[in-house]
Design a protein around this ligand. Structure first.
Ligand SMILES: Cc1cc2nc3c(=O)[nH]c(=O)nc-3n(C[C@H](O)[C@H](O)[C@H](O)COP(=O)(O)OP(=O)(O)OC[C@H]3O[C@@H](n4cnc5c(N)ncnc54)[C@H](O)[C@@H]3O)c2cc1C
Length: 505
């Protein structure tokens, strides 16, 4: 048996901490989950504070440059996501900050319509196969300008009267028995505290619920998208017409160049940027399966990933500029200010969503969201919508605490499909509304009346089913893996075979 390295430790002395604010609802983390929470809590009448560790809102949606807002409708074209996502898109629309297919094309099997997104290498975000007819259909998905979105999120949050504090890192919860009653945070102004009646952990990684001693799960199969961390790269001033002509006329040469780039450790796959206000731009998501799962909670690994990602971005850019027709005058427009992280801790809630729910048409008594179930082939066609119960946001045991965003209570097999930006905004909208209602009623979040919560959400434009129509689904059978061929369409063209055989960092 190997000797374990000795771990040195020091004791931190106790000290008095200044209380910066007292509020009804304190939201930690300003990504989609936190923004949804803060806006909804304030609109429902709660005195609300939102703290965010970086200098802008949006989390991975803006800082991670993952600006594609997918699965807004199901495969038939029926819109499923409304509420704050619809509000965000309509505000962005007024400023030219979003591009999306016209409504008449949602669910369309028209070849020209579908091919436009296929050509952009955006199959995973825009196209699904209808297993009944064999046709490819267009999914309603939007792309957003992250710089306009940062400003719009500030406005949306501040208009509701939320106290917004940026550059503030939530570190630990303050407990009273099994109840959370505040948070400590660190900033350039030192360590301070905020007291609140309900705390919402919207850090994405569950930074706070772990300090509350809440049960959680962080299992994550490394074949899943959620197990990979990635830094997004945007290259602009690309002559896409010239590139397209070259790819079409010399597919072998194109393949060879991609193989060469992959051998150099560059990224051989990009999406054509679809934003109308940013022509000639391409997006590299840099997401590639690793032989072992990456760990968003390991700061040493995060450092190594960022360093390597920067190197790979430059390898890619320099290679493309030198060798790929159309990229001669290109330049790096932006690398994501923050690493795209996911696959962190997931709370163990009063209900845990699993694969079985994909095949059930159950309308939960406490449904707070209806999401398009688009990624599971035949199952999706049979069960195009999935209801999410409020209990997925409520930790077992710990009081005074809710969770919003990607760390909601679910199996990792489900998380990779249902952790996306519009979904996290939706969970946030429900968590914030519930927190405010709990404060009003003087009850713990787990005791919030579901019907009152749903009535409030409906008033905010969330589309919810009538819970009286409870319909049990068919017995669950084995759920196939997600349709990976869509994501890796161009990557496999690069001839690397199984992309999981990438070198580890
Ligand atoms: C590479 C990659 C590509 C993706 N592509 C897409 C895509 O195209 N479309 C899509 O819809 N989804 C995509 N996703 C998933 C999606 O971006 C996330 O699941 C979603 O943003 C999660 O929202 P969230 O609010 O839960 O967490 P996050 O977006 O991670 O937001 C958490 C926020 O909390 C802040 N925070 C964290 N810890 C603390 C702390 N201790 N104190 C204070 N603040 C803190 C963070 O700075 C951040 O602002 C992608 C994810 C990755 C990693």
């Amino acid at each position: 048996m190997k000797n374990q390295p000795s771990v040195r430790s020091v004791t931190e002395p106790a000290r008095e901490i200044k209380v910066w604010k007292e509020a009804d609802v304190v939201v930690v983390g300003g990504g989609p989950g936190g923004i949804g929470s803060a806006i909804a809590a304030a609109r429902t009448g709660a005195k609300t504070v939102l703290i965010e560790r970086y200098g802008y809102l949006g989390g991975i949606a803006t800082g991670g440059l993952v600006n594609i807002i997918p699965n807004l409708a199901d495969i038939s074209g029926k819109q499923r996501i409304y509420g704050l996502t619809a509000e965000m898109l309509s505000r962005l629309d007024r400023r030219g900050g979003t591009t999306y297919p016209p409504k008449k094309d949602w669910g369309s099997a028209d070849k020209d319509v579908v091919d436009y997104y296929h050509e952009a290498n955006m199959d995973w975000f825009y196209i699904r196969k209808d297993t009944d007819t064999g046709q490819r259909r267009l999914i309603y998905t939007a792309v957003v300008d992250p710089e306009i979105l940062k400003d719009e999120f500030n406005d949306m949050v501040l208009e509701t009267g939320v106290d917004l504090l940026l550059h503030s890192w939530g570190t630990r919860v303050i407990m009273d028995g099994n109840k959370v009653k505040g948070v400590f945070f660190e900033s350039k102004s030192g360590r301070q505290a905020i007291l609140g009646k309900v705390i919402i952990d919207a850090t994405g990684d569950g930074d706070l619920f772990v300090s509350a001693g809440a049960d959680f799960d962080n299992e994550c199969d490394n074949r899943r998208r959620t197990a990979w961390l990635a830094q997004v790269l945007w290259i602009t001033n690309v002559n896409l017409k010239k590139f397209g002509d070259f790819k079409a006329s010399q597919p072998e040469k194109y393949r060879e160049l991609n193989q060469e780039l992959a051998k150099l450790d560059g990224y051989p796959m990009f999406f054509k940027g679809l934003l109308k206000n940013q022509p000639n731009t391409v997006w590299y998501h840099g997401m590639q399966p690793q032989p072992e799962r990456t760990d968003a909670m390991d700061v040493e690994q995060l450092s190594r990933i960022d360093i390597r990602a920067r190197k790979r971005a430059l390898i890619t850019y320099e290679f493309m500029k030198k060798h790929m027709p159309g990229f001669e005058d290109s330049f790096i427009m932006l690398t994501a200010p923050q690493l795209g992280t996911q696959g962190g801790r997931r709370i163990t809630g009063e209900y845990t969503l699993t694969e079985k729910d994909l095949e059930s048409d159950e309308v939960f008594e406490d449904t707070i969201a209806v999401l398009a179930n688009n990624d599971y082939g035949e199952i999706s066609v049979k069960h195009p919508a999935l209801c999410i119960p409020y209990r997925c946001l409520v930790p077992i045991k710990v009081d005074g605490l809710l969770v919003a965003g990607r760390s909601f209570s679910c199996a990792d097999t489900i998380n990779e499909t249902f952790n996306i930006i519009p979904h996290c905004l939706t969970y946030g909208q429900a968590a914030g509304t519930a927190a405010a209602l709990a404060v009003k009623a003087g009850v713990q979040p787990r005791k919030v009346d579901y019907k009152t919560l749903q009535d409030n959400l409906r008033k905010q434009g969330v589309n919810l089913p009538d819970t009286k129509q409870v319909k049990k689904g068919s017995a669950p059978s084995k759920v196939p893996g997600r349709a990976k061929e869509y994501y890796y369409q161009d990557y496999t063209v690069a001839g690397q075979g199984d992309p999981r055989h990438e070198p580890r960092i």
